[in-house]
Design a protein around this ligand. Structure first.
Ligand code: NAD
Length: 256
């Protein structure tokens, strides 16, 4: 028997086989979930479509999370196909590359609002649409965050501010939808080589520090994030909401 047998799960954020969302999709499938997958645009479609097929996704839909219309459409498709939703995964972030290096002072008004829109507000927009489908089903929403939303890291800059907003949105959303049996949590993952992290200046240096300083003296893997995602999505975590759960080899507990 699988941990997610009979559950319907919708996953935002697969771009390629390195994506955290891809590891999550595979783990969910292994544990019996039925999947709906969205992808950002035509550029990533050619990578995402074969992956979606490999996990037998029942729905594979384009969705730019900046667009309320796109979001309405994809949740409409979910309603048509399934009539409800048990698990929603938000594994989406974006900031302009020029603003992920150097001084935070170089952040522009446009860059700030773009990063906030795609990386933080989109969670709120998604939960608004998902709410009627998830209500009363013992459902779980999960977002992905990084420690740079709580502490200052070189080059993470505007994405750190967006992650702080995302983490607080997780808590406010948890309060808003908890009475309808919907849980909202985030995983704060350690550094992983992906398309998104390649845009952050000095990524290798950050990963090197984790190997030296984290209690486990190593970096994590996408599969380890997926393992915790599985727990948070399943009834094993039925009493857990509004939580930021670190999967980072323990790096966040270290002072010096
Ligand atoms: N890689 C890391 O080190 C790390 C660490 C902690 C948290 N995270 C977070 O994990 C999540 C997934 O990132 P990842 O590392 O797997 O990289 P990734 O590049 O594989 O995933 C990011 C996803 O965001 C999508 N996206 C960007 N703009 C979008 C838009 N307008 N509409 C729809 N989708 C859009 C991309 O298409 C991509 O699928 C992000 O929230 C990221 O901040 C990553």
């Amino acid at each position: 028997m699988g941990l997610l047998d009979g559950k319907k799960a919708m996953i935002f954020g697969i771009a390629n086989e390195k994506s955290i969302a891809w590891a999550i999709a595979q783990a969910f499938r292994r544990e019996g979930a039925e999947l709906a997958v969205t992808y950002a645009n035509d550029t990533v479609a050619k990578r995402v479509l074969p992956l979606a097929e490999a996990v037998g996704a029942q729905l594979v839909l384009p969705c730019d999370v900046r667009s309320d219309e796109d979001l309405k459409k994809v949740f409409g498709e979910v309603e048509k196909a399934w009539g409800g939703l048990d698990v929603l995964v938000h594994s989406v972030a974006f900031a302009n590359k020029e603003e992920l290096k150097g001084s935070f002072l170089n952040t522009t008004r446009e860059g700030f609002s773009l990063a906030m829109d795609i990386s933080a507000y989109s969670l709120v927009a998604m939960v608004k649409e998902a709410y009627p489908l998830m209500k009363g089903r013992d459902a779980s929403v999960l977002a992905l965050t990084y420690y740079g939303g709580q502490k200052v890291f070189p080059n993470y800059n505007v994405m750190g501010v967006a992650k702080a907003a995302l983490e607080m949105s997780v808590r406010y959303l948890a309060e808003s939808v908890g009475c309808d049996g919907i849980r909202v949590n985030a995983i704060s993952a350690g550094p992983l080589k992906t398309l998104a992290s390649a845009g952050v200046g000095g990524f290798n240096q950050i990963a090197g520090y984790v190997e030296q300083k984290a209690p486990l003296r190593r970096n994590i893997t996408q599969d380890e994030v997926a393992g915790s995602a599985l727990y948070l999505a399943s009834s094993l975590a039925s009493g857990v909401t509004g939580e930021i759960h670190f999967v980072d080899s323990g790096y966040n507990i270290i002072g010096l």
